[in-house]
Design a protein around this ligand. Structure first.
Ligand SMILES: Nc1ncnc2c1ncn2[C@@H]1O[C@H](COP(=O)(O)OP(=O)(O)OP(=O)(O)O)[C@@H](O)[C@H]1O
Length: 262
């Protein structure tokens, strides 16, 4: 399988008033086409910086970021992004919000076709019937579902998500994990998910990369050997429990703490 994302020896430091702040140091990471890569790591280790590099929103000091065989040098239209705060536009309906990326990426597409595409996705995430509502009329979980539709409506090469479920309560979050699993089955895409939730990383990831403390490199890669149609119950199997133990141990190492013995 070809790698859709290839990050090769990336190092980066931010210039701050107190001097350079090295954030990434020799980061290597590869995500094959169609794979879901979850990234976990200590707070402030550079996970969001990594998403900006993949989206072409900034360039690394050294090293290379490749996307679909092309060196990333500027912002990419073929990247979909979803964040913790969905930022839907209140003066637009949910349908009009979902269509937004198509207006930018495919301005000549007929309006009816854009709307049909948005309806298709809203159906998939269980939001049919809410297409003509305003964002404020929806719950937080529903807004995040709409935001997911918006981030993949233009069939991006890669979907980058930075803590998209972080603000949701635990049960809504589990619902969204399942929505994401079902979306992937219908609409295969390559994804990078930044998360602080180890269960989320195991439920959604094909691989989980643990970043070290700052300046960060890829400290550990876990292949998630669970079936693609995994359920929340899959997280309670001995295999998943073992994976969660390993990840927890790796996070403790990344935080510079001695791992607890299990
Ligand atoms: N534009 C910037 N200028 C200066 N420093 C920055 C900038 N962006 C981020 N930083 C710093 O770089 C470090 C890494 O930030 P980043 O947001 O990538 O980490 P993170 O792993 O996503 O953090 P968290 O887990 O807390 O969300 C932090 O110390 C942050 O304060």
């Amino acid at each position: 399988m070809d790698n859709l994302i290839d990050i090769k020896g990336v190092s980066h430091a931010y210039q701050t008033a107190a001097g350079p702040l090295p954030v990434l140091d020799g980061l290597n990471m590869a995500v094959p086409e169609g794979e879901f890569c979850a990234v976990v790591g200590p707070s402030g280790c550079g996970k969001s910086t990594l998403t900006r590099l993949v989206a072409g929103l900034m360039k690394p000091d050294t090293g290379e970021v490749w996307l679909h065989g092309e060196l990333v040098k500027s912002p990419r239209k073929t990247v979909g992004m979803a964040f913790q705060n969905p930022v839907l536009l209140e003066w637009r309906t949910i349908l009009q919000n979902v269509i937004l990326p198509l207006e930018i990426v495919a301005p000549s597409m007929p309006k009816a076709q854009k709307e049909a595409r948005a309806h298709e996705l809203l159906d998939l995430v269980g939001l049919n019937g809410f297409a003509n509502k305003r964002p404020s009329e929806l719950s937080g979980g529903m807004r995040q579902r709409a935001s997911l539709c918006r981030s993949i409506v233009h069939k991006p090469d890669v979907l980058i998500m930075d803590e998209p479920f972080g603000a949701l309560d635990a049960f809504t979050r589990e619902d969204l994990w399942q929505t994401m699993r079902d979306l992937r089955a219908q609409e295969p895409f390559t994804a990078v998910l930044i998360t602080h939730d180890l269960r989320e990383s195991v439920f959604l990831g094909d691989q989980v990369i643990v970043m070290s403390g700052r300046p960060a490199h890829a400290q550990y890669t876990l292949k998630v050997d669970l079936p693609a149609d995994r359920t929340i119950e899959s997280l309670y199997t001995p295999e998943a429990t073992e994976m969660l133990h390993i990840l927890r141990e790796q996070i403790q190492i990344a935080q510079g703490r001695a791992p607890e013995v299990h």
